[in-house]
Design a protein around this ligand. Sequence first.
Ligand SMILES: Cc1cc2nc3c(=O)[nH]c(=O)nc-3n(C[C@H](O)[C@H](O)[C@H](O)COP(=O)(O)OP(=O)(O)OC[C@H]3O[C@@H](n4cnc5c(N)ncnc54)[C@H](O)[C@@H]3O)c2cc1C
Length: 600
Amino acid sequence: MTQSRVPSPLNRKRLRVVTGMAVPSDGQKCKLSLTVFLPERKGKPLELNFQVNVVNLARHSIIEFMTNHTPLRPAPDSTPATLSRRPAQDGPSHAIVIGAGMGGLASAMRLGAKGYRVTVIDRLDSPGGRGSAIHQGGHRFDLGPTIVTVPQGLRDLWATCGRDFDRDVTLTAMEPFYKILFEDGSTFTACQDDAAMQAEIARLSPGDVAGYNRFLKDSEARYWFGYEDLGRRSMHRLLDLIKVLPTFGMMRADRSVYAHAALRVKDERLRFALSFHPLFIGGDPFNVTSMYILVSHLEKAFGVHYAQGGVSAIAKAMVKVIEAQGGTVLADTEVDEITVAQGRASGVKLLDGQKIAADLVVSNADAGHTYDRLMRNTPRKRWTPPRLKRSRWSMGLYVWYFGTKGTRDLWQDVGHHSIVVGPRYREHIKDIFIRGRLADDMSLYVHRPSVTDPSVAPSGDDTFYVLSPVPHLGHDNGVDWATEAEPYRAKMLAMLESRLLPGLSKHVTESLVFTPETFRDRYLSPMGSGFSIEPRILQSAWFRPHNVSEELPGLYLAGAGTHPGAGLPGVIGSAEVLGTLVPDAPRPRGADLPLRMAAE
Ligand SMILES: Cc1cc2nc3c(=O)[nH]c(=O)nc-3n(C[C@H](O)[C@H](O)[C@H](O)COP(=O)(O)OP(=O)(O)OC[C@H]3O[C@@H](n4cnc5c(N)ncnc54)[C@H](O)[C@@H]3O)c2cc1C
């Protein structure tokens, strides 16, 4: 229930308490019956029965109503300690979501819409996980996702909560989408306009136009099967997998994305342009299943968008919805363990030892971290430490965030998204994913949001980030980032100066670097990987950690490490799947009662 839906009669002046008013003391739980007369009910009395928890009555004169209500915000002194005193059986059904990543926040919204009182807990100081932002020297550095595809997923999510996404967030459609700059000086500009795209293909390789059109048809077929069907339902039953195996076979899901592109077009540059997308969800294009060519259709059908204010603006809008539903988002709070009682998830224990009880727990922490760390004291059958160790993890990311002074009129042909391709493709990918070696060459994704969103940088300046895929931390003889980080940045700068942003070093005023070690320490990502478990065919759908835990009843998973996988559409989709698995709250929040009232 939200404050705005509290009927006006519950405005204190018009609420007449007739019987049963008790004045309990602090910390006490007691039953409270009220009979109220509301003008709207034309003298008919309304009986209200509550179980109440008294919170610091002397200071705040606040009674927290627990049976039918959820606090809109924590009480002024409502700490996790207060929460820990609540047995899960009291009050409305309580759900805890570990992690305020985009998948966690989307899950919280869905649970709120199902009537749960939701508490989201994240160790960071701001919401969004990889989609959060850091402010430095007048610049806003959006740390992770920059491209919003399939906005419909977000619109559906908002609609489930009775809200309108477009009232809360402004999306700007990008046209063109991005520019790819090849080593030989040629370029390829991807866009939504079909005629322009055909012309671009013909400009690079006239003989590949027909093959490109076939590729698009293949992509659409995989979209309907892989995204609209498999991606939107739970794949936790083996039978579900068995049923779809013939379609996997027919669609040659065993083939890689690159192999499929190579089947349709001959030009190596076009093969790159049609196959690099899995890198944005942590997949090796030479090994990841060709089901992922569906991304080309996603881009063409739904466009490529930018959220004004960055993806962190979407995260903040999600928090507002959660709070309006009566949920709470706790920042700077780390979960140490998922607690178990009578063979079910019963809540969480925080790093400081406090416990919070819940009827169900959703982990948006990485699936590896969930099973390896948060369930370390609970026996696991499938996701044991050796199994997690031998899983294939997505690559790591080296990201350099920087601000430049007085450059808004410079580099006129550098748009919002650029991809600067290095000299090698297949061998470079092998270095990253298979050999685990930090290569001398690199391919870069360059983000320049200041051309679309002036709020991201001081006037006249630019904000950038440059991303290079690198090995994760789990390879033998892994990269020593303490010594490699700065030389790698210098190499990146040299490549940018020579290929995209001449004179760059003279303008850089702010600088911040994330290595895989930052991902390990900030997001608690196993192996410091950028996108959790790699989406290979034998690590997809049923093979991935399930959305309803196969290890512990009452535990659910959402986010990149579970089904359907990484990327914003994937993690928002994981919350949609979660919504199909979790029943409506057995004890829903009250529909027509106040959230918190002063004791009369
Ligand atoms: C650099 C980069 C660029 C990307 N670009 C794009 C893009 O353009 N488009 C796109 O669609 N996708 C992109 N992605 C992928 C996308 O951002 C991610 O797949 C997605 O945001 C992951 O969301 P998630 O729900 O799995 O949660 P995460 O973002 O992984 O968040 C999980 C949260 O849980 C918290 N947490 C973990 N353990 C605990 C604990 N024990 N206690 C409390 N809190 C805990 C973490 O601090 C974190 O805040 C990009 C990713 C990166 C890194």
